[in-house]
Design a protein around this ligand. Structure first.
Ligand SMILES: *[C@@H]1O[C@H](CO)[C@@H](O)[C@H](O)[C@H]1NC(C)=O
Ligand SMILES: *[C@@H]1O[C@H](CO)[C@@H](O)[C@H](O)[C@H]1NC(C)=O
Ligand SMILES: *[C@@H]1O[C@H](CO)[C@@H](O)[C@H](O)[C@H]1NC(C)=O
Ligand SMILES: *[C@@H]1O[C@H](CO)[C@@H](O)[C@H](O)[C@H]1NC(C)=O
Ligand SMILES: *[C@@H]1O[C@H](CO)[C@@H](O)[C@H](O)[C@H]1NC(C)=O
Ligand SMILES: *[C@@H]1O[C@H](CO)[C@@H](O)[C@H](O)[C@H]1NC(C)=O
Ligand SMILES: *[C@@H]1O[C@H](CO)[C@@H](O)[C@H](O)[C@H]1NC(C)=O
Ligand SMILES: *[C@@H]1O[C@H](CO)[C@@H](O)[C@H](O)[C@H]1NC(C)=O
Length: 532
């Protein structure tokens, strides 16, 4: 997986977008109606970027005690509305040992109180879960290209108590020196941290759900398995798991190379490869036998166990295509293949496959005021994905220094068999973990007595939830209701405890790109609905 390099520390917190810049005015007159909408929308914020809103009443706070008070987040810089009940900070893996600690953000549900904790993990390896917290499924979002944080109407906090964690050690705001060489080790670290977290917040006998994306396909599987093995329902009553665009099988070959050419060919109207480029990609595809591999193994029922696959340089469709694509469209994004220029300002400094920050703009989680508000450690520099490896082994099945077997080999089947409620999903516009690669990996997994799915996924997912994010804008433009339900936005398939979901028009970060689909996914994982 491509990992971003260190974002220059000189970009830290210089407050570019202070009053002066905004007061500079616009290049073209804005129509009166749009101007009014703009002012209504951002009214309180214009020229007051440094302002914050404070929560006035804590009487409904469920987890506020003397012990948790130091973790309470009262306000966050540039978040100009009440953030409600929120906690964050460090919790040690081993009690009293502050040299190894994981960083969390905890937001209790704003819906009906539930005795649940839903854990979210980003991947990498080494990418911070602050990404999802602020750009995917948290209570407020500050997504690339947007002016200020906004409330997220599709937040997972609407449904459950959400816990985002920076792990393993070496990731984000976590504290300590990486020593792990396997998923088993980091899963043990995690469950120890998690018990300490629950004791701190007075949580016991809750239902636990583990969710995440990308490389966290491995974290989610192994951490869930460690919870099952701990045999302690006071703290680890695992009820379900969710994996988005996840590393579950032979990621660097089957999930990333084998399906690459067909995906590009099918989407070439967006990509604009010329015929020589397409022919070159097809040549690699066929000379490496990927066409035959798909014909033979992407079948329902499964045709048999797939031979082991490894990445080789001669069969690198992915990087060949990436070079072509970036020449045509410098803003091309492997995480969302429909992206075009401009390269957007991203408060995390990582808008596409490139690190990028406009000169002088700060990375949000490097700002001193943000670090302080979150009770995050001050002696390290947060980056979205760590610069140094978080696994220190050599090689491993995916070449990441993480020596554990792929989840499809045994731990993911165990998690499915234990909970009968696991959702594995892939977005069709993802070019790093591809939909057909994830399906191929499922067809090489044996769970609840059989290999793979017996039937080809085909049941549509009808998203009837109306747009909640831009509804006011539509109304102000005289188009109220046009942004109604989306219609068919994917395909679902359930067999033997495993739900598979293909998501249309979604890249790698599904809650960011198709939040209404993700909201449904979570409702299923939490057992609130039986179909998507
Ligand atoms: C808190 O109270 C102040 C003063 O009454 C008010 O201006 C502000 O809007 C309130 N904040 C929230 C988040 O309700
Ligand atoms: C941690 O330290 C406290 C205070 O010194 C002590 O009471 C407690 O037993 C220690 N806990 C562990 C697990 O060592
Ligand atoms: C989530 O909660 C907010 C605040 O109550 C609400 O406005 C929004 O409609 C909810 N979203 C969904 C999908 O129910
Ligand atoms: C789990 O613990 C319970 C109670 O201690 C015990 O009865 C049960 O056999 C254990 N199960 C496993 C799989 O170890
Ligand atoms: C995925 O595989 C199916 C079945 O083999 C095929 O019809 C479809 O075109 C493939 N999709 C992509 C994007 O490669
Ligand atoms: C498929 O599964 C078999 C048996 O578990 C394993 O040996 C093989 O490496 C797997 N193939 C891939 C491509 O994951
Ligand atoms: C960094 O700060 C954290 C607490 O904020 C502390 O636990 C940790 O030991 C410190 N690390 C170093 C290397 O000083
Ligand atoms: C999707 O749901 C909407 C609203 O219930 C309905 O009108 C529409 O016909 C459904 N679409 C399909 C293809 O079933």
């Amino acid at each position: 997986m491509l990992i971003q390099s260190l974002i220059s520390a000189t970009l830290v917190a210089t407050g570019l977008l202070a009053e002066g810049v905004l007061a500079g005015g616009y290049h073209v007159p804005i129509p009166a109606k749009a101007q009014k909408r703009y002012e209504n929308h951002y009214g309180a914020m214009l020229g007051k970027r440094a302002s914050v809103a404070h929560t006035n009443s804590t009487k409904d706070f469920r987890y506020l005690t003397k012990k948790t008070k130091p973790y309470r987040v009262e306000s966050l810089p540039d978040v100009n509305f009440d953030i409600g009940e929120m906690y964050s900070g460090l919790v040690p893996i081993n009690s009293n040992d502050t040299s190894r600690q994981l960083f969390f953000i905890f937001q209790p549900t704003i819906g009906e109180p539930v005795d649940e904790v839903t854990i979210w993990l980003n991947g990498g390896p080494g990418c911070s879960s602050m990404e999802a917290f602020i750009q995917e499924n948290g209570r407020f979002l500050w997504q690339p290209g947007t002016y200020l944080p906004t409330e997220n109407p599709y937040s997972w906090v609407n449904l459950t108590n959400m816990l985002w964690v920076d792990q393993p050690i070496g990731t984000g705001f976590s504290v300590g020196t990486p020593t792990a060489t396997s998923e088993e080790e980091i899963a043990q670290d995690f469950i120890k941290f998690f018990k300490n977290f629950q004791k701190l917040f007075g949580i016991k006998k809750y239902k636990i759900y583990v969710t995440g994306e990308s490389y966290a396909g491995r974290y989610v599987s192994y951490i869930s398995d460690a919870m099952i093995n701990a045999n302690d329902t006071d703290y680890y009553d695992l009820k379900g798991a969710l994996i988005y665009d996840g590393v579950i099988g032979a990621f660097d070959s089957v999930q990333m190379q084998v399906p690459a050419y067909p995906l590009l060919a099918e989407n070439n109207n967006m990509l604009n490869f010329n015929s020589e480029q397409l022919a070159e990609l097809e040549k690699i595809h066929t000379s490496c036998g990927f066409d035959k591999y798909i014909d033979k193994y992407l079948t329902f029922p499964a045709s048999g166990l797939q031979p082991p696959m490894k990445y080789t340089e001669e069969c690198d469709v992915f990087d060949t295509a990436l070079e072509y694509a970036l020449a045509i469209n410098p803003c091309w994004n492997i995480y969302e293949i429909n992206q075009v220029c401009p390269l957007q300002w991203d408060i995390l400094g990582f808008p596409t496959v490139l690190d990028y920050m406009p000169a002088g703009a700060p990375v949000y989680f490097q700002r001193k005021d943000v670090v302080k508000a979150l009770h995050a450690p001050r002696n390290l520099t947060w980056t979205e994905c760590s610069v140094n490896p978080v696994f220190v082994g050599s090689g491993g099945p995916q070449g990441e220094g993480d020596l554990s077997a792929d989840p499809i080999q045994s731990v993911l089947p165990k998690v499915i068999e234990h909970t009968n409620r696991v959702l594995v999903s892939n977005g069709d516009y993802d070019f790093i973990i591809m939909t057909n690669g994830t399906l191929l990996s499922i067809q090489n997994m044996t769970w609840n007595g059989h290999l793979g799915f017996t039937k080809r996924p085909s049941t549509p997912i009808n998203i009837t939830l109306v747009d909640l994010e831009y509804a006011d804008v539509f109304a102000e433009n005289g188009m109220a209701g046009v942004d109604g339900g989306q219609g068919i936005m994917g395909i679902q398939h359930y067999e033997r405890g495993l739900m598979y979901a293909e998501t249309y028009q979604s890249g790698h970060m599904q809650p960011e790109y198709q939040p209404r689909s993700s909201y449904r996914h979570l409702e299923w994982v939490l057992g609130r609905t039986e179909e998507l």
